[in-house]
Design a protein around this ligand. Structure first.
Ligand code: UD1
Ligand code: CA
Length: 492
């Protein structure tokens, strides 16, 4: 028995007006990808040969997403005829004519449905020999859903929509999730018979169930206990609820694999993130996109990493990193901002109030305090003093500087790029560096200090400072009033 579906049709043509959004509903995101992206992943997990996405509302944006997400998706345009039945008909039309076997139907706005559930549905469908298998669930509050009506023997007889249901039918609590497995040929024939004579004037996919039964074909229910898997997003309240549940599941998966997540409620982990064993994630942390975290790492509290890589044993505290690489055993934070192109070597340090961008920082190199390091290569073991600024932008273009291995840049230096500091060189604190420095040199790029005797007594007589100077035995200077510095700055 072949338990691989021939195709999966993902319905994504609906408008989603309750989202009140200029973004199409299926392109809203949870867990790092769109609702439609989640639906396509589940569909792909079945290994179906074809996956088609039915589009109409905001067609171009949805198609653009599909092309970028998975270029092998088949796009099916729904026409002006409304309803899930018409949507599936259009989906079938976009697939090879005469396609046979099992066709699954899913929704683009049901993001927690798993690939495993679709595989189980396909297997149960094949084993049952039925023409239709409907995924159903028992809900305490079935309001809004189509109800599953069973016959005297307990077989599924038909599905009735909320708006078309009688009092008696409304009391039924088994709902149609909208996810199905169909025999392709039967589906095509049955859809041709579906009309629009109902409360909404739409072509209902659910009518296929009654048509199959009338033709003497079997219809099975595939009951799913995990209600989250069949829940769709209709508004932003549900978007947040499903996003939180997805996150809870992702966190649990990592916890079961040996990651300590101290507070899953305030930790947000996108579905594609990988985390090594014995890593600890502290509260308020977001691990986003394609981020990968090694083993034995401590990350958090309050860290946001996007598409970044953290090596084994590193520590990252209260930091933001985007497209950055943090080496094994390195430390980052608190309060550091690692922008794209930051690569911190093994055992290196990016400390407090440091911003980096396009910065290659070698193994064991340290940028510990209050620095901007943009467009720079810092050699292994180098030390960048507190308050150093790499002035990489001259108002027109960006320039790159290099600090050699084991070199030492004194505090409060401004490196006016481009400058090359060789391996094994020093730069004196407070320098404004504009010229290259050779190996073994120290560069002193600041005015030499000048002390003027007697300045306080002459310029600030009678003040507490003058009294203190006198008590301390201040030297009396020559009485030249020319060229005396003032506290506001040197005179000209
Ligand atoms: C549908 C089912 C209902 C089921 C419920 C589960 C029908 C007639 N009813 O109702 O039994 O309980 O889903 O959520 O099938 N779509 C299209 N084209 C359309 C209309 C809808 O692609 O013309 C897509 C939507 O984008 C959405 C899905 O189909 O992803 C369901 O559409 P929706 O309007 O939400 O169906 P319901 O009326 O809720
Ligand atoms: Ca719906």
């Amino acid at each position: 028995m072949n338990a691989t579906p021939a195709a999966v049709i993902v319905l994504a043509a609906g408008e989603g007006t309750r989202m009140k959004s200029s973004t199409p509903k299926v392109l809203h995101r949870i867990g790092g990808t769109t609702l439609l992206g989640h639906a396509v992943r589940a569909a792909r997990a079945t290994r179906a040969e074809h996956v088609s996405v039915v589009v109409r509302h905001a067609r171009d944006r949805v198609v653009e997403f599909c092309a970028a997400f998975d270029e092998t998706l088949v796009i099916a345009d729904q026409d002006d005829v409304k309803g899930t039945g018409r949507a599936v008909e259009c989906g079938l039309d976009a697939l090879p004519a005469g396609l046979s076997g099992t066709v699954l139907v899913t929704y683009g706005d049901v993001p927690l449905l798993s690939g495993d559930t679709l595989v189980a549905l396909t297997e149960a469908h094949a084993a049952s020999g039925s023409a239709v298998s409907v995924v159903t669930a028992h809900l305490d509050d079935p309001t809004g859903y189509g109800r599953v009506v069973r016959d005297a023997e307990g077989h599924v007889a038909r599905i009735v929509e909320q708006k078309d249901a009688s009092e008696e039918e409304l009391a039924l609590t088994e709902i149609n999730s909208g996810i199905y497995a169909f025999d392709a040929a039967m589906l095509r024939e049955a859809l041709a018979q579906v009309g629009t004579d109902n409360a909404q004037g739409e072509k209902y996919l659910t009518d296929v169930v009654g048509i199959a039964r009338a033709a003497g074909r079997g219809v099975s229910a595939h009951v799913v206990d995990d209600r989250w898997q069949t829940e769709g997003v209709n508004d932003r309240v549900q978007l947040a609820a499903l996003g939180a549940e997805l996150n809870r599941r992702v966190c649990e998966r990592h916890q079961r694999a040996g990651v300590t997540i101290v507070d899953p409620a305030t930790t947000w982990v996108d579905v594609d993130v990988s985390i090594g064993q014995d890593t600890t994630v502290l509260p308020g942390t977001q691990l986003l996109g394609a981020t990968t975290i090694g083993a034995g790492v401590t990350v958090g509290p309050e860290v946001t990493l996007t598409d970044s890589e953290v090596g084994d044993g590193a520590e990252v505290t209260r930091a933001v990193a985007n497209l950055a690489v943090i080496g094994a055993g390195a430390t980052v934070g608190p309060y550091s901002y690692l922008r794209p192109g930051t690569r911190l070597g093994a055992g290196g340090k990016i400390g407090g109030f440091v911003e980096t961008k396009n910065a290659e920082i070698g193994d064991g190199a340290k940028v510990p305090h209050l620095t901007y390091a943009g467009d720079v290569t810092i050699g292994e073991g180098a030390n960048i003093g507190a308050g150093t600024i790499f002035a990489n932008y001259d108002g027109v273009a960006k320039h790159h500087s290099r600090i050699g291995a084991h070199s030492f840049v004194g505090s409060h230096t401004v490196v006016v790029s481009p400058v090359q500091v060789a391996d094994g060189a020093y730069v004196a604190a407070g320098s404004a560096l504009t010229q290259d420095v050779e190996p073994g040199q120290i560069a002193v790029a600041r005015a030499r200090q000048r002390n003027v005797d007697g300045w306080v007594e002459r310029a600030r007589p009678g003040t507490r400072t003058a009294d203190a100077a006198a008590r301390a035995g201040a030297a009396v200077g020559a009485d030249d009033t020319d060229d005396l510095p003032t506290p506001e700055g040197p005179s000209t």
